[in-house]
Write a protein that binds this ligand. Structure first.
Ligand code: F0G
Length: 470
């Protein structure tokens, strides 16, 4: 029964609806300020949803990062924090959870994902080397560039088309990768930077067949594969659902098999692992581990706490075991799909197929009357906030930043507004409210004007940039 409560219940009741495999024990009140107040708050925030005060937000879909609800078990674990500087019991619990569910040998905790990205980039990239990956992610690429690497996108072309219904749009195009290796030589490739459920493509999964073939190709050339496992649990769900031979395997079995084709991984545990803060880096190679373990002390903290409190490590260890439960993952992804289904029925353009963690509005199609350098996706996020106090975020030209060589904007094909669903936080009724607000914004699209960027920070500009209405 516990294996798959949802399916069993569905069979017993003769229906196939899903429901959350938990009930609510503690609640946090929501507040919605008036339209005039939202107008004022948005101008003060420079039309950037990252600069809004959370108090002024009604339903917060900015990110699924660190915004999940922890379980009673995790909170109980927080009380068992062993706050020793060195050798905390909680570190060993975390190490054992990662070894059990992800299968890597050597573990280094970090304060969050980008702490791990920094360490692996500094150690594994030599200046001038290429880092091919299945689409860029903002912090990942920046750390690769800061280490002297040159990111090269080798995702399949389908990923750049919001309406293409390929079941594994996160796959690496092995021909593109091999052409790069042949052109530049294997020694010029630092490693392949592979990500599960590719965030910037709309939460799109990588198939098991693809990672297997990727590993074979890389073994042939002596190149390492490192995995961004941040949302790999959700990726495992799509493999279970879509890939032949995996329907009867558990999420945990699929997860560990996938990781076994890679040489190491970095993790932002603020997503899949259901914690508010935390991350880690894991490798199987001992000399590499020694180097990383030495470097973590410089930037994060001792190798048994990595910038976290003992209680955070414990919450992460427990969160990992909860995150791989099949009924948890199913209800998480089905909630995202519920919202996607409503919008699709109303013909609102979103990235298809719906991915694991968010709905991505196709802002380029919504605002087809103004150009990409007037920030369509940023505009949609601002309009949604104005309409209802719902906070989303831009994943388009502002997020893409500038080419460090030419100084020009990158012009990504995908110009998206992300409505990211935190895990175990909102109900189906919240999703209805969100869908209706998106529809109101969509209905007003022709009257809407774009934005002009009036302040641009040097790094990861989307976090702090300011805009004005045109
Ligand atoms: N990798 C992926 C795929 C991510 O989505 C993130 C963060 C990171 C790495 C970096 O991890 O935030 O813990 O330092 N994504 C958040 C988001 C910020 O909203 O998508 P971090």
């Amino acid at each position: 029964m516990s294996e798959n409560i949802l399916q069993t219940m569905g069979q017993q009741l003769g229906r196939r609806s899903w429901a959350e495999p938990w009930k609510i024990k503690m609640v946090e009140p929501l507040r919605m300020i008036s339209r005039e107040e939202r107008e004022k708050a948005l101008i003060e925030a420079g039309y950037n949803t990252f600069l809004l005060k959370s108090e002024d937000v009604y339903i917060d879909l900015l990110t699924d990062s660190g915004t999940s609800a922890m379980s009673d078990r995790q909170w109980a674990g927080m009380m068992m924090g062993d706050e020793a500087y060195a050798g905390s019991r909680n570190f060993y619990n975390l190490e054992s959870a990662i070894q059990t569910y992800y299968g890597y040998k050597y573990i280094i905790p970090t304060h969050q994902g980008r702490g791990a990205e920094h360490l692996i980039s500094q150690v594994a990239i030599k200046s001038g080397q290429y880092v091919p990956g299945n689409m860029y992610f903002t912090t990942t690429r920046l750390h690769q560039e800061l280490a002297g690497g040159i990111f090269v996108d080798v995702i399949i072309d389908e990923a750049h088309d919001s309406q293409n219904s390929h079941p594994f749009k996160g796959n690496v195009d092995l021909d593109k990768l091999e052409a790069l290796i042949k052109r530049e030589g294997a020694e010029k490739i630092a490693y392949v930077s592979l990500a599960g459920t590719v965030n910037m493509a709309g939460g799109q999964p990588v198939s098991m067949a693809n990672v297997k073939a990727l590993r074979e190709l890389c073994d042939h050339y002596g190149i390492k594969v490192y995995l961004d496992v941040t949302r790999m649990v959700e990726n495992a769900f799509f493999i279970q659902e879509r890939e032949e031979g995996y329907a009867d395997k558990t999420i945990a079995e699929i997860l560990i098999e996938f990781c076994s084709y890679t040489h190491g991984a970095w993790m932002s545990a603020k997503k899949d692992s259901l914690v508010n803060i935390g991350g880690w880096l894991a490798v199987n190679d001992e000399p590499l581990f020694e180097e990383l373990r030495n470097l973590v002390v410089v930037f994060e903290g001792l190798h048994t706490y990595g910038g976290l409190a003992g209680r955070d490590l414990e919450a992460m260890a427990i969160g990992i075991t909860e995150s791989v439960q099949d009924d948890h993952v199913r209800s998480r992804v089905e909630q995202v799909r519920y919202l996607g289904k409503l919008l699709t029925e109303w013909d609102i353009p979103i990235v298809q197929p719906v991915g694991g963690h968010a709905i991505f509005l196709d802002a380029r199609r919504i605002y087809s009357h103004f150009p990409q350098n007037q920030f369509p996706a940023q505009t949609a996020a601002a309009e949604l906030y104005l309409d209802s106090g719902i906070r989303s975020m831009e994943r388009g030209i502002a997020s893409a930043g500038r080419d460090p060589k030419t100084g020009d904007h990158y012009y990504p094909k995908l110009e998206l507004t992300r409505l990211t669903i935190p895990r175990r936080v909102y109900t189906q009724a919240h999703m209805d409210v969100v869908a209706e607000s998106v529809r109101a914004v969509y209905d007003d699209r022709e009257k809407t004007l774009g934005l002009n960027m009036v302040y641009e920070p040097k790094y990861l500009r989307f976090f702090q940039a300011r805009f004005e209405r045109l």
